[in-house]
Every structure is written in structure tokens, then in C-alpha cells.
Design a protein around this ligand. Structure first.
Ligand code: ATP
Length: 274
């Protein structure tokens, strides 16, 4: 295909097999996404369109990766935003940003000739927190705008818009967001178990030179409680140790040092945050 042969360029899209572990979450997500793919059948049966999917779970477990893979799977354009981007001092700015985001999704899909768009909003709890009755909050307007946009999504729309939102704190969300027709599909993206950790390690070790003594199974065993993001860090830190030791390959001892380092980093983060 005429491209440079010197270096394989990383694809800009992400597929589900680049996400380690999370088998149940992936399966549930794919089942839900088939609602978008099989649009005609859904329409014929008069099934209510799937508008919002909520990904819940601790930081660094792959929620953003899931949303990106979902976009690739459904051949949708992908737009991402974070809840904190909508928090502004001036009333109405957040709401108009929500409007802009939906407009941008429609424009981008039209421009690229695609039939659907996935909008991913990380930290949805920042704008979707419980509205507390009397007390006027600036971002009530932002949340209301989001609800309005969601209510305006129809099965026959072109492009079809799907919202995916992520939060570590589902219990903080306003119930209006969770109602049928809104974020009514929830997928838990939990910390990986040992098997999941091993598959994540394998994914991130793919492009790294490993010494013969490396035992990733053992690394998976020793990293209880680590997220995917932590595991990616372990491999990266191990490579840095190898460099420092002027080794050309990552050895098991580098991995052990890296595990300690990532574990310590996590501990100091926690101590300084409180
Ligand atoms: P946050 O809530 O903090 O935004 P998140 O759940 O969205 O976290 P991601 O942004 O998807 O987490 O993951 C961060 C990085 O960690 C990824 O870019 C990837 O390198 C790695 N990672 C996390 N989970 C996995 C996984 N299941 N498989 C492979 N890599 C993962």
C-alpha cells in the first residue's frame, strides 16, 4: 500500500482485542452495540433506541479504551470530552458546550460519511451529580442540556448518536440520568483478576524485548489490585530500569523493581491526596 516500510505505524483505531481481560464487560458492550449495527431490524421491531451507556469502575481499567473500541466496532466517529471541561464560571457556557459537542458529532459524521457517532464523556459525575432541589447550581443547566440532547435522539436519526459516559462514582449521579431512555445500560469495568492481568501484560509486552527469564504469569500473580493503567506502567518502568542497567532486554528483575515502584507511587499518591 505504498507506505513507509521502515516502521509500522500504530493504527489510530482501537479494537476489542487490544483490551485485556474485561471479558464480561466486552461481551455486554458488544451485545449492546449490535443494537446500533442492526439498526434496520431494531427500527422494524420498534425497539427504543439505545442512547446512553454508562461505564463504571475504578480509574485506569480501560473505560476509555472500551469507548474507542466501540466506535471502531460500529464504524462510528468518536468524540471524547471530560465532565470537568463543562464546568465554567459563567452560567450557560457549560450548556452551550454540550450543544456544540453534539453538533460537532453530527458534522464530523456527515463529513466522514458515517452513519453513527459515539460521544464519550469521562467523569460524567462532574456534570451529572445529583441536583439538590432549591440550591441553584451553575451546572444544572449543563446537565439539563445533556438530558435535552439525549431526549432528542431517535432511531431514524442520521447519524445515530450514542453517548458513552464513565464514572468511578455511580452513586453520585442524578437519577434523571439513569432513567430509561437515558443512561439505562450499565457496564462494570472492574479491576482485572489474575487472568485479566496476564492478558493485559501480554498486550503491553508485545512490542518490548523480553529476556528469556521473564515470567509474566508471575508478574500477574504479584500485581493483585493493579489496574490496566498500572500494568502498562509496570512494563514501561521495567524498560526504563533495563535502559538504566544498560541491558538490551527487560529481565524479570527489572519487572520486580517496576512492580515495587508502581506500588510505591500509588501509595504516595494516596498519602498526598488525603
Ligand atoms: P479513567 O477513569 O482514569 O479515565 P479509564 O478506565 O478510562 O480510566 P483508560 O484510559 O481506558 O482507563 O486506560 C488507561 C491506560 O491504561 C490505557 O491507555 C492502557 O494503556 C492501559 N489499560 C487500562 N486498562 C487496560 C486493559 N484492560 N487492557 C489493556 N490496557 C489497559
Amino acid at each position: 500500500s505504498g507506505g513507509s516500510k521502515s516502521k509500522a505505524k500504530a493504527p489510530t483505531y482501537l479494537t476489542f482485542d487490544q483490551i485485556g481481560g474485561q471479558d464480561r464487560a466486552k461481551k455486554e458492550l458488544i451485545e449492546a452495540l449490535d443494537f446500533i449495527v442492526k439498526r434496520d431490524q431494531i427500527e422494524k421491531l420498534g425497539i427504543r433506541p439505545l442512547k446512553g451507556m454508562l461505564l463504571t469502575g475504578p480509574p485506569g481499567t480501560g473505560k476509555t479504551l472500551m469507548a474507542k473500541a466501540a466506535a471502531h466496532y460500529t464504524n462510528s466517529v468518536f468524540l471524547a470530552a471530560s465532565g470537568s471541561e463543562f464546568v465554567e464560571m459563567y452560567v450557560g457556557v457549560g450548556a452551550s458546550r454540550v450543544r456544540d459537542l453534539f453538533r460537532e458529532a453530527r458534522q464530523k459524521a456527515a463529513k466522514e460519511g458515517r452513519d453513527s457517532a459515539i460521544i464519550f464523556i469521562d467523569e460524567i459525575d462532574v456534570i451529572g451529580g445529583k441536583r439538590d432541589g432549591g440550591q441553584h447550581r451553575e451546572y444544572d443547566q449543563t446537565l439539563n442540556q445533556l438530558l435535552t440532547e439525549m431526549d432528542g435522539i431517535h432511531t431514524s436519526d442520521s447519524p445515530r448518536i450514542l453517548l458513552m459516559a464513565a464514572t468511578n462514582r455511580k452513586e453520585l449521579l442524578d437519577s434523571a440520568l439513569l432513567r430509561p431512555g437515558r443512561f439505562d445500560r450499565h457496564i462494570e469495568v472492574d479491576l482485572p483478576d489474575k487472568k485479566g492481568r496476564l492478558s493485559i501484560l501480554n498486550i503491553h509486552a508485545k512490542n518490548k524485548p523480553l529476556a528469556a527469564d521473564v515470567n509474566l504469569e508471575q508478574v500477574a500473580e504479584q500485581t493483585f489490585g493493579f489496574s490496566g493503567a498500572h500494568l502498562e506502567s509496570v512494563l514501561n518502568e521495567a524498560a526504563i530500569y533495563a535502559l538504566r542497567h544498560e541491558d538490551e532486554e527487560i529481565a524479570q528483575k527489572h519487572l520486580s523493581l517496576a512492580i515495587d515502584k508502581v506500588m510505591m507511587g500509588e501509595k504516595t499518591d494516596r498519602e498526598t491526596n488525603n
